[in-house]
Write a protein that binds this ligand. Sequence first.
Ligand code: ADE
Ligand code: ZN
Length: 350
Amino acid sequence: MTISPTGATPEYEQYLRRLPKVELHCHVEGTLRPGTVVELAAKHGIALPTTQVDEVYRYSTIYEFLEIYRTVNSTVIDREDFARIAYETLQDGVELGNLKYREMFFNPTLHTARGIPMATVIDGLIEGAKAAETDFGVRCAFIADVYRQDPPPVARQMVEEVLAHRRPELIGLGMDAAEAPDPPEKFVEAYRVAKAAGLRLTSHCAEDGPAANVTTCLDLLGCERLDHGYHILEDPAVVARCRDEGVTFTVCPTSTAVVYGWPDLTTHPITKMIDAGLRVMLNSDDPTMFHTDIGTEYAKFCGQNNFRPELVRQLVVQGVEAAWLDDIDKAAMRRAFETEIDELDREYVS
Ligand code: ADE
Ligand code: ZN
């Protein structure tokens, strides 16, 4: 079938879903299938605000969102549970969006603060990811995230504990939760310890904080790429710097459309970031919590913006290039992606 990609036709949406994908901004705690939350709650005798599967994820602000995030994750307790949630989300990524590789965030203190040993969290997640690789061919590495509402000494201690349980699959440090009240400079110590130990560095920034946080994350924390970054548009000098330095922003259309009130994806800050020449790549952030998946992010964002296949290919490739894989691995992945996209182009694009 040949189509002309001038709108979000069903064929073009299918093409967008079938493209091979890398995802660099996805929180495992935001990927739990609602049915799994209900089952795990029953398994451990935990009361949920609702056991209606389609009512589990209802909120309207980042604060309500973070509250539900905490509640649903209170059902994840033993190693088997952590393995299950990692496995299921990677399966979802493959089946709904042809996911090939993900660097997945997790919030260690969300679990250790409720008495779960760090080893249970890390070993469980890696076990689930390895099983998903065996069953579906998808690969996954992990990034431990500072939870910004934790005090800085807790964040630093988290990094030290992660390093004490370090495994090759654990490759980086990131930072999430509400940005406005807790700016990045608070966590310089946690980042210093991580960098000294050779972890790769990223951070959520300029999501609901100012463009100045971009500069702080790059210069003070030493971040190599940045998550979100929309408020960078308020400072042309910071935009010019990031464009010139080729900083990659891992952006998330649906999650920010919902939480920050940018429902029209054709005027969403991401489109303006692309127009400004910034390097972005698309992600699902917290897919089940935002009722989305990586395939839907491409289908909706690229479809509604009528992006030509060449631009979509560029977004996909920017994901590969920003991955924390070695150069040989990345070059091989890029070649495999180009071949698969060429085949899709022959099938779909006139
Ligand atoms: N934790 C999970 N998703 C997040 C997001 N989009 N922003 C901040 N913290 C988060
Ligand atoms: Zn995020």
